[in-house]
Ligand binder design. Structure first.
Ligand SMILES: [Zn+2]
Ligand SMILES: [Zn+2]
Length: 238
């Protein structure tokens, strides 16, 4: 089973009707159904990231473009003027990352793993923030915008590209409850954990009874060490 068919199943399509070339539902150069030049650019850039284009990537791109308009920020960006909280990983995140220029590696994006196609976009200079989600019911409404589509998946893929923003998305101004400055922290701040000795950046250390600890050693580990003799671990790094 290839990736494209996987996606079709994940998003409610019927794999048996998919084109084996995978190209029927990909966007085509100059196609009239592409809503804007910006979306077209975003979708073209996405093709460099993914082997295919899928409805969730399109949704991510539409969400991002809408955020850019709402916050009056040009996209994609090289700078750190825009910070994005994305509420799921996966294809929607790629759509948002490619369209905005924000990403985890650049420290302008944070994944809040709530399992939702939703994101909050923050203008880091003004503090203005907007959370954008797809409206409920768009899966079936997409069909009205792509009546020629052979299945639901293709209807979503094509429909999401042309649905007017107010029918596709919901945007609401929000205020962050996390401290963005602390989240971003400062470059060059480094300490070492008193227990494991490993270096900690970005002020992620925890202080317990005056001891500087990493989150793992402070009890917040996502793993358990298997080696009984920790000398082995130490020597492997020497
Ligand atoms: Zn996908
Ligand atoms: Zn530690």
């Amino acid at each position: 089973m290839n990736m494209q068919i996987d996606h079709a199943i994940a998003e409610g399509g019927n794999p048996s009707t998919l084109d084996s070339s995978g190209y029927e539902y990909s966007y085509t150069e100059g196609a009239e159904h592409i809503r804007s030049a910006n979306l077209k650019t975003a979708l073209r850039n996405l093709e460099g990231v993914h082997r295919h284009l899928c409805p969730r990537q399109v949704l991510g791109a539409r969400i991002a473009l809408f955020a850019g308009e709402y916050l009056d920020l040009e996209l994609p960006r090289e700078d750190k003027r825009l910070f994005v909280f994305v509420e799921t990983d996966g294809c929607a995140l790629d759509g948002i990352a490619v369209t905005t220029g924000a990403n985890v590696g650049k420290r302008t994006m944070r994944v809040m793993d709530y399992g939702k196609v939703a994101a909050t976009f923050v203008n880091t200079e003004s503090g203005e923030a907007v959370r954008i989600v797809p409206r409920t019911g768009i899966r079936s409404e997409a069909r009205n915008y792509a009546p020629e589509a052979r299945n639901r998946w293709i209807a979503q893929l094509n429909g999401y590209q042309v649905m007017p923003p107010h029918e596709l998305l919901l945007a609401e101004p929000v205020q962050l409850t996390v401290n963005l400055e602390r989240l971003i922290s400062r470059a060059g701040v480094r300490v070492n954990c008193k227990v494991c000795g490993e270096e900690i950046m970005n002020e992620r250390e925890v202080v317990r009874e005056g001891m500087v600890l990493c989150r793992s050693c402070a009890g917040d580990a996502y793993f358990e060490r298997l080696a009984i003799n920790d000398q082995l671990l130490v020597h492997s790094f020497a």
